[in-house]
Design a protein around this ligand. Structure first.
Ligand code: SF4
Length: 641
């Protein structure tokens, strides 16, 4: 199949592992116009292919690995790709996004996305090349750690390629096993276990195709301007490059939003020792980043005389303050080990913090204690291989909490563990955790904390406008991701004077305007997208997507793609039993004040959720109403299928 649109390879392949057969998956330009790519495209495909009662670890589960039209075009920070399937951790739609070079090389091979079904009868890896997909024997690779597995794929291919692999945890079906591409990780929702369940060790992609923009000259001029604006931005051009994502850790500690000791507190006495500044001063060897990224938030650090990948913010917090550990060297070591085993550092950290609190309460003794780093390195191996107490820890926090009657202190929603941010001092962020389609995710949740302290300084305890802002940012981030963009570039969308002057008069005005924006945003939602064709220089992703593809999107069209994706994810979630009762937070966060002197310092989730549903056009049960589905062109999906 070809495409008349720029930016795309024009081919989506269906790989049937059971039959060892490859065919073209029908995906038209009309689909591209409505669903763009990445996770939105994946949601549309999985809406058709995931039947109710699918076993996440059975051959009937379908995985979609999808790029967006900006991947490989040279636009800044656009090497991200998406992996989606039914999640073995949550039992609902799982999605995970990764950097690394795999997505770009998949496009170079002439493929926009892979739809993977079935289960191979013996371990395989896939070589995706311009002449097709080749099934290769992975018997000798089974059991390899992720860097060795990627090296083996590169050796076998014998040329420059992008790789993505599962580690031992994925092979052993740990429900929070990750996939690793270069040194980047698709960590969340257990996509590594889906690889393992399909006897799929990894994929290598290579080729020489180029993703050609529809309007090359205008596109490259826009990219130049966009890159310059990112470099001049106080966060995208300064804080992230200088300190990595860990540069936010100190601010989080000051604001009381640093997940600490299983979210029993919002600040940590050892925060300085694990901050981005300390990492930069004591360990940093060099910066690194995904292909075509001017931000380069990745860290290369020194560990016992060796250069290794440095931990990101989420890992530093969830394996650091969240476990009461301030030993930076240990966290660096753990980060590397978990990547090698192919385990999600975030779910691992929150599962361990639950085990530590259960130990404190005398409910279960997994041999782990807050502040005690000894033994954890070995325990990670036990989790990956499901040995001893590791076999229980390998089930994740929700399963453990159910077993020990401790759901109130299991820091998860819909089965996915919280990210690094304590939400009682950033309640918009808390709303995002509760309603996020994939579980308690900061990004799918709309990253409210960016407005509530990390970039702007909206009052983190105020409900004003939060429901509308969370919904809008969820949609826009969905669309940015669908295009192939990195979500950190969305921080670059916030005007620099507002970020640098967040505490000053300008910031106060901005906060007041944002807090009152609910009505306007609600009105804008129902305006037909074409009527919102206003140029939005603040969101350069839109212009880039237009110039790359040749589509006319405007702000309304881009937003509608995000909203369509978010709504589709919700519809898939409903198929797997998600209702309003699942849009919740652990009761610790809604009933235990983070500030003992202020009984109101909890997340008032129910009123916020009601406003959020009404704003989105969902009913009281959290179901999208027919009018919304019609507006988004989703009313007749079953007929289309
Ligand atoms: S900002 Fe960081 S994660 Fe995003 S594309 Fe750049 S290097 Fe990759």
């Amino acid at each position: 199949m070809t495409t008349s649109l720029g930016g795309y390879a024009g081919v989506v392949l269906h790989v049937d592992l059971s039959m060892r057969a490859v065919s073209e998956y029908p995906w038209t330009d009309a689909d591209r116009r409505r669903f763009l790519g990445g996770k939105v495209m994946a949601a549309r495909i999985l809406y058709d292919l995931l039947a109710p009662k699918t076993d996440p670890l059975g051959p009937e589960n379908t995985m979609v690995i999808a790029t967006g039209p900006l991947n490989g075009t040279g636009a800044p920070s656009t090497a991200r790709f998406d992996v989606s399937a039914l999640s073995p951790l949550t039992g609902t739609l799982g999605t995970s996004n990764s950097g690394g070079s795999f997505g770009v090389y998949l496009k170079k091979a002439g493929v926009d996305a892979l739809v993977i079904t079935g289960c191979a009868d013996a371990p395989v890896w896939l070589e995706v090349a311009e002449d097709g997909v080749h099934f290769r024997d992975a018997a000798a690779l089974w059991g390899l750690r992720t860097s060795a597995a990627q090296a083996a794929l590169r050796d076998a291919v014998g040329r420059k390629c992008g790789t993505i692999v599962a580690g031992p945890a994925g092979e052993n079906l740990v429900p929070y096993a990750a996939l690793v591409s270069d040194e980047r990780v698709a960590g969340r929702t257990g996509m590594g276990a889906v690889f393992g369940s399909k006897n799929l060790k990894g994929i290598a992609a290579h080729g020489e195709r180029r993703a050609t923009p529809a309007h090359p000259e205008a596109f490259h001029a826009h990219v130049k301007k966009w890159t310059a604006s990112l470099k001049a931005h106080p966060i995208a051009g300064d804080r992230l490059p200088t300190y990595g994502t860990a540069g936010f850790l100190g601010t989080m500690n000051e604001l009381g939003i640093l997940g600490t000791r299983n979210f029993q507190a919002g600040s940590f006495e050892g925060a300085d020792a694990i901050s981005g500044e300390t990492l930069a001063e004591t360990r940093l060897v060099s910066r690194t980043g995904c292909l075509s990224c001017p931000i380069r938030c990745g860290r290369v650090v020194e560990l016992d005389g060796e250069r290794v990948k440095g931990p990101e913010l989420e890992t530093l917090v969830l394996l650091g303050s969240n476990l009461g550990v301030s030993d930076l060297g240990r966290i660096i070591e753990w980060n590397r080990e978990l990547d090698e085993l192919g385990l999600d550092t975030m779910t691992t950290g929150v599962t361990l913090s639950l085990a530590m609190e259960l130990t404190e309460r005398g409910a279960w003794d997994a041999g782990v204690r807050f502040g005690k780093a000894e033994g954890l390195f070995e325990l990670f191996g036990d989790i990956a291989y499901k040995r001893g107490v590791g076999a229980t820890l390998a089930t994740g926090s929700r399963a453990i909490a159910r077993r020990y009657g401790a759901l109130d202190i299991a820091m998860q929603s819909k089965g996915l563990e919280l990210a690094a941010y304590e939400p009682r001092n950033a309640i918009g962020h808390g709303l995002g955790y509760a309603v996020s389609n994939r579980g308690a995710c900061h990004l799918n949740g709309g990253y409210g904390v960016a407005l509530e302290g990390l970039a702007l300084k909206m009052n983190g305890r105020s409900q004003r406008g939060k429901h509308a802002l969370v919904a809008m940012f969820q949609d826009l981030m969905e669309a940015v991701s669908a295009a192939g963009g990195c979500l950190f570039t969305t921080l670059g969308v916030l005007p620099a004077p507002l970020v640098t002057g967040a505490n000053g008069p300008l910031g106060k005005v901005a906060n007041a305007v944002l807090g009152s924006a609910g009505g306007v945003l609600r009105a804008l939602r129902v305006v037909p997208p074409v009527a919102l064709g206003i140029p939005m220089p603040l969101v350069p992703h839109i212009r880039a997507a237009e110039l790359a593809t040749g589509m006319k999107l405007g702000f309304g069209g881009f937003w509608a793609i995000g909203e369509r994706g978010y709504t589709l994810e919700r519809l898939i979630g409903m198929r797997f039993g998600i209702t309003a009762e699942d849009d919740v937070l652990p009761t610790r966060l809604t009933t235990e004040p983070i500030d003992p002197r202020d009984p109101a310092s909890v997340v008032p989730i129910e009123p916020m959720k009601r406003r959020y549903y009404a704003h989105r056009g969902w009913d009281a049960f959290g179901c999208p109403r027919p009018g919304l589905l019609r507006r988004l062109g989703l009313a007749n999906l079953d007929g289309e299928a």
